[in-house]
Ligand binder design. Structure first.
Ligand code: CAA
Length: 698
């Protein structure tokens, strides 16, 4: 027997205890241990039942994801589930913590299931680009019915024990030590004369409108194929005998296993965990974090304050004038109302947070006791310096002083204080209580425990924190500026903004760049163009047609008109016909003859621009690893998760092909398409971006 499974006897019950920390993933040795223990229980005299339990914090969190993509090792999971189910002994699962994916499939292979009241079950495989491949698509619908199984499998959501009981996934809820509860339940079943009850022998679930369901799920997946493919597997459960259904499930599972989407989604799974795991912070303790200060109560400051309040931190918010104090309170309370409505906090908590935990003041002296301050005032160096000089005077020694700047030089801001080691950038994304990304910007003199405190804050707020170096735009906005520029060039050369938006939404982005510009406000880009005009490189191509619209006071969604026209009460907009005329006028002025672009070329140029700039960002050390770029784009910029991030996308395309395209585009515009040295180096060495993730990417 392997060391991952402990076998013990409790009278006529054999207990199989899985011991594979941290979450009892079903690695080869666990599967082998279970198979051998079943053989032993069946061979031993006097055994009438088998109880399967998990050690530690979970029953089983699923297949071992690190084994994906490697040659399969016996015994495979589907056979193991069938083997457990076919046992002449009564087999019971006692579930606690999570039972996910293969974990729930093992439980469904058992004849009865008992769970703790806090247990959660689910089949989340679609989020990894696959479908439940060990009988889950065949057994779950036999216990829940087809409709409920479609909902559970295509969303992959965690189902809490009471709902699981209602759906028939578990048979009983009982609180206590999982092994004691399991033995007690198994004994009662034996005493009541219960016999093995294989789910595979239950009747096929009734059919639903499979084609309509498939189409609806495909549409909702925005290009992700695993949920829709899972619908076809559940259909097989309804239409075919169990054995044939299992075969169909296996075929569809193997199809998905071989997709790029599976690779991208698994890259995302591991790297959203690896990204905050910095080798240089091992053993560095963060500073204490009980309360924070926020300077500025606009949309950003109010969002940061909301996130902090919701995570249990005390908040002192500073505004300049009494009217602004009231407006800030209103914004925060509006955000918290949302949390109240969604059931995230109770009315009592809402009242305490708004009247006691949150303090709003006009005086910096109120910041004397806070552990960290985030400044979210106007993006102007002189304003930031003034604020930091005041913070330096008001805050206690050891207080972390953070700026939420999106592009300004954090070193220069730190120099405005007498304690640059305590200064850091914490770049939140708006709305800050919703968006998952936090860029932790480390300046030249930032102390390691201040960096650790930035990451600790990110964790408390439930963010994905990424370490970034100082440069214009850090990781995300710097790369964004480049791929936005590529989109602008394509417009000048003949692709319409509407075609570009559509091509990129079809690629999987939540929104196209021009719809995003309308949402963010066209005045922002307009101001940036004016700010950068004086220092712009002479070869840089910058379209200015949209400035005509800004000059007339049209700034996108907030004014009702931008690239699109927005009608009150309607979601989304319709293309603004003026845009085509403005573009034509600029093309004539510049002497450009517009040409046609295919959607494929649009995506390729956009992505190549993104990857090339990202390679420069990694090459310069602004991002420590390619995975940091991938997670930044995934969690802050709506990049489709199933591609894993731009660097993973480039690896999948082949870096030599990406570089070749960049070199072709460089023939038209050598300045913009200057290949990143790191990209050239990797191609020359035959390596990938993933190779640079130093064992973090699997
Ligand atoms: N395989 C391998 N490692 C896993 C794992 C799995 N299924 N699930 C979690 N881990 C690892 C994590 O990578 C992490 O490792 P590090 O500490 O080295 O970073 C560690 O276990 C703890 O995980 P979390 O940090 O995520 O801990 P958590 O308490 O926040 O969450 C969890 C625990 C809910 C189980 C979460 O990890 C999770 O959702 N895991 C994935 C579950 C899943 O998708 N299962 C289905 C697998 S596919 C399958 O089963 C296919 C099939 O049918 C053949």
């Amino acid at each position: 027997m392997t060391d991952k499974l402990a076998y013990s006897r409790h009278g006529d019950i054999a207990v199989l205890r899985i011991q594979n920390p941290p979450v009892n993933a079903l690695s080869q040795s666990v599967r082998q241990g279970l198979a051998e223990a079943m053989d032993r229980a069946e061979a031993e005299d006097g055994v009438r039942a088998v109880l399967i339990v998990g050690d530690g914090r979970a029953f089983i969190a699923g297949a071992d994801i690190t084994e994906f993509g490697k040659p399969p090792m016996e015994p495979n999971l589907p056979d193991l589930c069938t083997r457990i189910e076919a046992s002449p002994l009564l087999v019971v699962a006692s579930m606690h913590g999570v039972s996910l994916g293969g974990g729930l499939e093992v439980a469904l292979g058992c004849h009865y299931r008992v769970a703790q009241p806090t247990a959660r079950v689910g089949l989340p495989e679609v989020h990894l680009g696959i479908l439940p491949g060990a009988g889950g698509t065949q057994r779950l619908p036999r216990v829940t019915g087809a409709q409920a199984a479609v909902e559970a499998i295509t969303t992959g959501r965690h189902i809490k024990a009471p709902e699981a009981l209602e759906l028939g996934i578990i048979d009983k809820i009982e609180e206590g030590d999982p092994q004691d509860v399991g033995i007690h339940y198994t004994r009662a079943l034996l005493d009541g004369g219960a016999q093995p009850r294989p789910v595979s022998q239950m009747p096929n679930p009734e059919g639903i409108d499979w084609d309509a369901t498939y189409d609806a799920v495909l549409k909702k997946g925005r290009g992700q194929i695993s949920p829709a493919t899972a619908v076809r597997a559940i259909q097989a459960a309804s239409e075919l005998p169990f054995d044939q259904g299992i075969k169909r499930e296996r075929e569809l599972f193997m199809e998905l296993m071989n997709t790029d989407q599976r690779k991208g989604l698994i890259h995302a799974f591991f790297n959203e965990r690896a990204v905050s795991n910095l080798p240089e912070l091992k053993g560095v303790d963060p500073r204490q974090l009980k309360s924070i200060g926020v300077i500025g109560g606009g949309t950003m400051g109010a969002g940061i304050a909301t996130a902090a309040l919701l995570s249990g931190l005390g908040v002192v918010l500073i505004e300049m004038r009494e009217e602004a104090v009231e407006a800030a309170k209103g914004r925060i309370s509006g955000n918290l109302q949302g949390a109240l409505k969604r059931g995230k906090i109770s009315q009592d908590q809402f009242d305490t947070l708004t009247t006691q935990t949150l303090k709003v003041s006009t005086g910096y002296d109120s910041l004397a006791d806070v552990d960290l301050v985030v400044e979210a005032v106007f993006e102007e160096m002189s304003v930031k310096k003034e604020v930091f000089a005041k913070l330096d005077a008001a805050c206690k020694p050891g207080c972390v002083l953070a700026t939420n700047t999106s592009y300004l030089d954090v070193n220069e801001i730190a120099a405005a204080t007498s304690r640059p080691a305590d200064v850091i950038g914490l770049h939140f994304f708006s709305p800050a209580h919703v968006m998952k990304l936090l860029e932790v910007v480390v300046a030249d003199k930032t102390a390691p425990d201040v960096v650790a405190t930035g990451f600790a804050l990110g964790k408390m707020l439930g963010k994905i924190s990424v370490k970034a170096g100082v440069c214009d735009g850090f990781i995300g906005n710097r790369i964004l500026a480049t791929y936005r520029a590529a989109a602008g060039h394509m417009v000048l050369d003949g692709a319409s903004p509407f075609q570009i938006d559509k091509a990129l939404v079809d690629f999987g982005f939540a929104m196209g760049p021009f719809a995003v510009a309308d949402l963010a406000g066209l005045d922002i880009g307009w101001a940036t163009r004016k700010r950068k005009a004086a220092t712009r490189h002479p070869d840089e191509r910058v379209p200015t047609y949209i400035d005509r619209l800004c000059e007339q006071g049209h700034f996108g969604q907030k004014t009702g008109k931008g690239y699109y026209i927005y009608e009150k009460g309607k979601r989304g907009g319709t293309p603004n016909p003026e845009i085509d005329r403005l573009i034509e006028a600029e093309q004539q002025e510049l002497g450009i003859t517009p040409r046609d672009f295919t959607d494929e070329e649009i995506v390729r140029r956009y992505m190549c621009a993104m990857v090339n700039e990202a390679a420069k960002v990694v090459g310069e050390g602004i991002a420590a690893r390619p995975l940091d770029v991938d997670m930044t784009l995934l969690f802050g910029y709506g990049f489709p998760r199933y591609w894993g991030g731009p660097m993973k996308w480039a690896d999948i395309q082949g870096l030599d092909a990406v570089l070749a395209d960049i070199q072709t585009y460089a023939k038209e515009d050598a300045w913009f398409w200057e290949p990143a040295p790191l990209l050239k180096q990797l191609v020359a060495e035959g390596r990938t971006f993933d190779d640079l993730n130093k064992g973090n990417a699997k």
